[in-house]
Design a protein around this ligand. Structure first.
Ligand code: HEM
Length: 136
């Protein structure tokens, strides 16, 4: 519950901020595997499948996201999905409102991800913004 409730939501928010500030350019090619091989499903790859998503690697907030699998599917569908959505909405809206000039302070190509194969999280997200004068 701690990993699901903290690690995933934290990674989701930093990944979302990074995507908002840049454009992902990862390529996922076809892979062959044999019967009996163990396969770790990569939801990010599923969401880049051109058979189902147009330009799936590009952040497009107008895209119909009804088919996405980010919270799983079926009987084990994530019980924390509504909480994660609220946390993400509050975090992203607060960031955009409080730091209007927010931008990456390094080229997007310099941003790296952790080596954890289960959770896609950023190693760091350096940003810069203009200091705001206090109101009043
Ligand atoms: C952006 C954040 C999150 C993502 C991407 C995410 C993703 C997922 C996915 C893909 C599954 C399905 C795993 C499977 O099929 O075996 C899952 C299950 C689960 N998630 Fe999340 N999750 C997030 C946030 C949370 C939060 C905030 C909580 C709790 C507060 C939580 C608790 C759980 C639990 C307990 C399950 C297991 C459900 C079951 O097996 O019936 N998750 N999550």
């Amino acid at each position: 519950m701690l990993i699901a409730g903290y690690e995933l939501t934290g990674s989701f928010i930093s990944n979302a901020v990074f995507s908002l500030l840049s454009q992902p350019d990862q390529q996922i090619g076809p892979v062959q595997f044999r019967a009996g091989d163990q396969v770790l499903l990569d939801m990010d790859a599923a969401h880049s499948d051109p058979a189902h998503f147009t330009d799936g690697e590009r952040l497009d907030l107008t895209r119909d996201s009804g088919m996405h699998l980010q919270f799983g599917h079926g009987i084990h569908y994530c019980i924390g999905a509504p909480l994660a959505r609220v946390e993400g909405q509050i975090a992203l809206e607060s960031l955009v409102r409080r730091f209007p000039g927010l931008r990456l302070s390094v080229p997007a190509s310099e941003i790296s991800h952790s080596k954890n194969p289960f959770i896609r999280s950023l190693t760091a997200l350096p940003v810069e913004f203009e200091a705001q004068r206090p109101e009043g």
